[in-house]
Design a protein around this ligand. Structure first.
Ligand SMILES: C[S@@+](CC[C@H](N)C(=O)[O-])C[C@H]1O[C@@H](n2cnc3c(N)ncnc32)[C@H](O)[C@@H]1O
Ligand code: SF4
Length: 359
């Protein structure tokens, strides 16, 4: 069954120094893209969604009329979770209010940090004050399900500045927090800077210390860590993202978006030309398809499911039970009946755990 859709908006004011997502900082093809996106969405008119996630890029750059058109071109179930990504500095209170009036009931705000030095290093277009203002405006506009995105292990960041970020988070008290450690990606400014020796990455030990501190801090102030990088107040887990980790099917629409339909994982075209051309020919604008056999499906199930630190994943197949039991001996997994969970130690070595499940 398919009841989830991710919709990608590939435009940003400026490319951040660490980001390799499909997004462009010029407005080329901007109007045309929305027209084609709507056509693509209509190709999936047989589905009804109870979670919708409009991400990017920077969806908050869209005009209200465009957001309305996008939402009107899909079938949305009653009481669906509709998430919209917001970048500070691209919205004001009025626009947030309009988004709320369209039925959007969850916003995800990319704050990244509340330290202006860190924000500058990341190449963000906003400072801390603007991020806080955006959050407060969202609250004022009536949003009562707000995620804040943060990053840690950013060059120049220390335990002291990280603690201050957490203090601000505590004060703002959003319902949900996603906090990712920096990943150095190819084709980013950070990658170039690293190559030329201009970037001092945070060492592994400090990164682990930061992660440990984050978990303890957030759990202490009432957040449940339900996924490796995600924390929420009770009953405010992201319904949409839970579907990814539970290995459920979903539509991915838009330039470069990924989806999972009928046991096939696919990725859409990443150039406008090819994306438009396929839609003009009444085809799905898909670039690559990975058809999964039973073994692949199982591997995805375990690797994704183990990310859910409280829910864990059921393993019944004896081949994989054997792998999981070996990981228990290494104190990386725990088991309750047939369900397996990452241990505290396993959380820090999650990638080492996951590779064991790939044959
Ligand atoms: C693709 S972004 C979209 C959100 C929005 N455009 C923004 O930046 O505010 C989703 C989140 O992924 C995280 N992210 C992106 N690139 C990352 C990287 N290289 N390492 C760690 N986290 C990253 C950031 O926290 C970001 O908010
Ligand atoms: S992190 Fe977000 S705002 Fe920055 S370039 Fe990537 S998608 Fe755009």
């Amino acid at each position: 069954m398919i009841d989830a859709i991710y919709i990608h908006i590939p435009f940003c004011v400026k490319k951040c120094n660490y980001c390799d997502f499909v997004s462009f900082s010029n407005n080329k093809n901007r109007d045309l893209y929305i027209k084609y996106l709507i056509k693509e969405l209509k190709l999936y008119s047989n589905y009804v969604y109870d979670t919708v996630y409009i991400g990017g890029g920077t969806p908050s750059l869209l005009k209200i009329e465009e957001v309305k058109e996008i939402l009107n071109s899909i079938n949305i179930a009653k009481n669906a979770e509709i998430t919209f990504e917001i970048n500070p500095k691209t919205v004001d209170y009025e626009k947030l209010k309009e988004l709320k009036n369209l039925g959007i009931n969850r916003v995800s705000i990319g704050c990244q940090s509340f330290n202006n030095e860190t924000l500058k290093i990341l190449g963000r277009i906003h400072n801390s004050e603007i991020a806080i203002k955006t959050y407060k405006d969202a609250r004022k506009a009536g949003f009562d399900n707000i995620n804040l995105d943060l990053m840690f292990a950013v060059p120049g960041q220390t335990l002291k500045t990280l603690k201050k970020d957490l203090n601000v988070l505590e004060e703002l008290s959003p319902q949900h927090i996603s906090i990712y450690s920096l990943i150095l990606e190819e084709n980013t400014k950070f990658w170039e800077m690293k190559k030329s020796g201009e970037l001092n990455l945070v060492g592994e030990d400090l990164e682990a210390e930061m992660y440990k501190y984050i978990i303890e801090y957030l759990e202490n102030i009432g957040y449940n860590q339900y996924e490796i990088s995600n924390f929420s107040k009770t009953n405010y887990e992201s319904k949409h993202n839970l579907k990814y980790w539970r290995n459920q099917h979903y539509v991915g629409a838009g330039l470069g978006a990924s989806g999972y339909i009928q046991n096939k994982r696919y990725k859409n075209e990443i150039t406008f030309e090819k994306y438009f051309e396929k839609i003009d020919n009444k085809k799905f604008p898909i670039k690559e398809v990975e058809k999964l056999n039973d073994r692949h499906i199982e591997e995805y199930k375990y690797i994704l499911g183990l990310r859910l630190v409280r829910e864990g994943v059921e393993i019944l197949n004896s081949e994989y039970v054997e792998i999981a039991e070996k990981l228990i001996k290494r104190h990386l997994l725990n088991r309750i009946k047939n369900r397996y969970f990452l241990t505290k130690k396993g959380l820090f070595l999650a990638n080492d755990v996951f590779v064991e499940f790939i044959k």
